[in-house]
Design a protein around this ligand. Structure first.
Ligand code: GLU
Length: 401
C-alpha cells in the first residue's frame, strides 16, 4: 500500500504509555501521525496503553492530552472523546484481551505456562552461562490436559506458541521507512501475552486493539521494530492482516543519548511550554527532523507541512535534538507573528502589575520587543525598561516568574 492511494480510509493511532510527560521523541511520533492523517484525510486515534502497572503514572494521561492539545493535535477518537471503538484506555479493554487470548488458547496458538519466576530465572542464568541468548525453552508448551489439571491453583501466564504460528525461516516486515526488514523466526521463544494477574502484555494488547480499531498504519518509534515480528505472528494467529508499519528513527540528546521521559537535560514538552517556546515552533521543528521535504526555514501550518509530507522519504538515521535550532525557529516564529497574536502568547508570562496596565501600553511593549526575543519568557527582562512607572518586582514575584 502506498501513502498516496490507500485502499482503506487511513486510521492511524498515537498510543503512548502513561509513564510520564511527553518527551520530544513521543511528540515527534504524534506529529508524524498527525501529518500523515492530514495528508491522507484519515482519522487519528489516541489510545492510552496503561497495561504496565509498575510504570503507570496517574498524572500522565492528562499531561499527554494537554500536550497534544497544545501542539494543535486533536485526535478523532480517544479517552474522553469517545468513538466507535471505545474504550480507548487499554486497562478498560482487559476483558477483550482475555477473551481473545482464550480463543487463541482454544486454537492452540497459546498455552498456559506454570513456570515460576525462580524457574525462569534459572533457565535464563543457564543460558547465559552457556553463552546463548536466554529464551523460554518451551517447558509448558505441550502439557497434557491432565498435567494442566494437576497444576491446580498454581498461578499461570499465557504464552504465545511461536512454533505454531511461524512459517518459513524469516519473518519479513515491510516498513515505509526501513523498507524490507527480515527477522529469523528462531530469534525468540514463546512470549507471554497475559500476565499471571490477567493483564495483557504490550505485544498482545497493541495488536488486538490495532486490529479491532481498524488501524491501517502503525507509525511509531524504531525502538518497537524488534517487537514487530512477534506482533506479526499474533496478527497471523488472529487471521488478520497486519497494518503498514513505519518505524521512525529515535531522537537523541545533543550528546547522543536516548531521550528519557524523566531525566536528562533535554526538556520535555511541558518544560518547553513553560520555557517560552511556541507550539508552532515545536511542531515545525519536530516535523522537520530527518525530513527532506521540509526544513522549517519558514514556519508553516500543519496542513501545509502535511501536503508535502512523504513518510517514505524520512531519514533512517537517529536525529539529535538541536536546542539552538529550535530556539532559532522560535525566534523566527515570534518575529512573524502579528501583534495581537503575539500579545496573547506573551500575556501568560507577564506579571499582574503589567497586565493591569493599559492595553495599548502592553501592545506597544510587545511590538517593541518582538525583534529582540527568542523565547516568550524573554519578555520579562524588558518589563522594567518599558514599565518604569510600575513598582519593581519583589523577590517573590521574580521567583514565580
Ligand atoms: N505504548 C508504546 C510506547 O509508548 C507505543 C506502542 C506502539 O506505538 O505500538 O512506547
Amino acid at each position: 500500500m502506498t501513502t498516496d492511494t490507500p485502499s482503506l480510509p487511513v486510521r492511524v493511532r498515537f498510543a503512548p504509555s502513561p509513564t510520564g510527560p511527553l518527551h520530544l521523541g513521543n511528540a515527534r511520533i504524534a506529529v508524524a501521525n498527525h501529518l500523515f492523517r492530514l495528508k491522507t484525510k484519515g482519522a487519528l486515534i489516541l489510545r492510552i496503553e496503561d497495561t504496565d502497572a509498575e510504570r503507570f503514572d496517574p498524572n500522565s494521561e492528562k499531561l499527554i492530552i494537554n500536550g497534544l492539545k497544545w501542539l494543535g493535535i486533536s485526535p478523532d477518537e480517544g479517552p474522553g472523546l469517545g468513538g466507535n471503538f471505545a474504550p480507548y484506555r487499554q486497562g478498560e479493554r482487559n476483558n477483550i484481551h482475555k477473551k481473545t487470548a482464550e480463543n487463541l488458547l482454544n486454537d492452540g496458538f497459546c498455552f498456559k505456562c506454570f513456570c515460576s519466576d525462580a524457574e525462569l530465572e534459572d533457565e535464563r542464568k543457564n543460558a547465559m552461562a552457556m553463552g546463548i541468548a536466554p529464551r523460554y525453552l518451551g517447558k509448558c508448551r505441550d502439557l497434557t490436559e491432565s498435567e494442566i489439571i494437576a497444576n491446580g491453583d498454581k498461578p499461570f501466564t499465557i504464552r504465545f506458541n511461536v512454533k505454531k504460528a511461524q512459517a518459513g525461516r524469516e519473518i519479513v516486515i515491510k516498513d515505509l521507512v526501513h523498507k524490507r526488514v527480515a527477522f529469523p523466526t528462531n530469534a525468540f521463544g514463546d512470549f507471554v501475552i497475559l500476565r499471571a494477574d490477567g493483564s495483557a502484555v504490550y505485544n498482545f494488547s497493541s495488536v488486538v486493539d490495532d486490529h479491532l480499531m481498524g488501524i491501517t498504519h502503525v507509525i511509531r518509534g524504531e525502538d518497537h521494530l524488534p517487537n514487530t515480528p512477534r506482533q506479526v505472528l499474533v496478527y497471523k494467529a488472529l487471521k488478520a492482516r497486519p497494518p503498514t508499519f513505519a518505524h521512525l528513527p529515535l531522537l537523541l540528546t545533543s550528546s547522543g543519548k536516548k531521550l528519557k521521559k524523566r531525566e536528562g537535560k533535554t526538556p520535555n514538552l511541558e518544560d518547553l511550554r513553560v520555557m517560552g517556546y511556541t507550539h508552532d515552533a515545536i511542531l515545525n521543528y519536530l516535523a522537520s527532523m530527518g525530513n527532506p521535504t521540509f526544513n522549517a526555514k519558514e514556519i508553516l501550518s500543519a496542513d501545509a507541512i502535511a501536503k508535502k509530507f512523504e513518510i517514505e522519504r524520512l531519514g533512517r538515521g537517529a536525529v539529535k535534538v538541536d536546542m539552538e535550532k529550535l530556539k532559532w525557529i522560535n525566534r523566527r516564529h515570534i518575529r512573524g507573528l502579528g501583534s495581537d497574536e503575539l500579545t496573547e502568547m506573551i500575556r501568560p508570562f507577564l506579571q499582574t502589575a503589567v497586565l493591569d496596565d493599559d492595553e495599548s501600553n502592553i501592545k506597544d511593549f510587545v511590538v517593541a520587543i518582538r525583534e529582540n526575543i527568542s523565547l516568550l519568557t524573554d519578555s520579562a527582562k524588558y518589563v522594567p525598561i518599558f514599565f518604569k512607572h510600575l513598582p519593581p518586582m519583589n523577590d517573590e514575584a521574580k521567583e514565580v516568574l
